[in-house]
Design a protein around this ligand. Structure first.
Ligand SMILES: Nc1ncnc2c1ncn2[C@@H]1O[C@H](COP(=O)(O)OP(=O)(O)OP(=O)(O)O)[C@@H](O)[C@H]1O
Ligand SMILES: [Mg+2]
Length: 129
């Protein structure tokens, strides 16, 4: 069956309640444990907290022997690369997702969008008058 990539973004009426944390946990669970192909578009401009988290992880894996060993075992066990994280913003997010789908070799099952802390950010809500 030819299924399209699913787009998911979590939103809440209040900021700071775990949207980013839940996005990372669910993405990682589905990608590493459930065999899904995941990508994350980090729209929380300019903090880009998931992107920053990914940079810290990459640095740890290179510099710390413990995390280097863990990364090696994980890669050996599941033969799978880390899911891509793209730095974006709410205005360009959909175009960036389309580009990711076009550029990806295999199919991406789900793309998660991590939204900014407030809906008052340009591009989060489209108003048609
Ligand atoms: N399950 C959890 N247990 C404990 N602390 C958590 C949990 N989930 C998130 N946090 C903490 O709560 C804070 C807010 O989480 P997070 O950044 O994920 O929220 P957010 O909704 O994305 O915030 P924002 O609206 O600013 O984007 C962070 O300090 C995070 O470390
Ligand atoms: Mg957040």
């Amino acid at each position: 069956m030819n299924q399209e990539t699913l787009f998911i973004a979590f939103s809440t009426q209040k900021g700071g309640v775990g949207k980013t944390a839940f996005t990372v946990l669910l993405s990682s669970y589905l990608h590493y444990q459930q065999g899904k192909s995941i990508a994350v578009i980090d729209c929380d401009f300019p903090q880009h907290s998931i992107m920053e988290m990914r940079k810290r992880d990459q640095e740890l894996v290179i510099t710390d022997p413990y995390y280097k060993r863990m990364a090696y075992h994980q890669f050996k066990e599941i033969s799978k690369k880390a899911y891509p994280v793209v730095a974006s913003n709410p205005v360009d997010a959909i175009a960036d997702a389309q580009k990711l789908i076009e550029d990806s070799e295999g199919k991406i099952d789900i793309i998660f969008f991590d939204l900014p802390g407030t809906m008052n950010s340009k591009g989060v809500v489209l108003v048609y008058l």
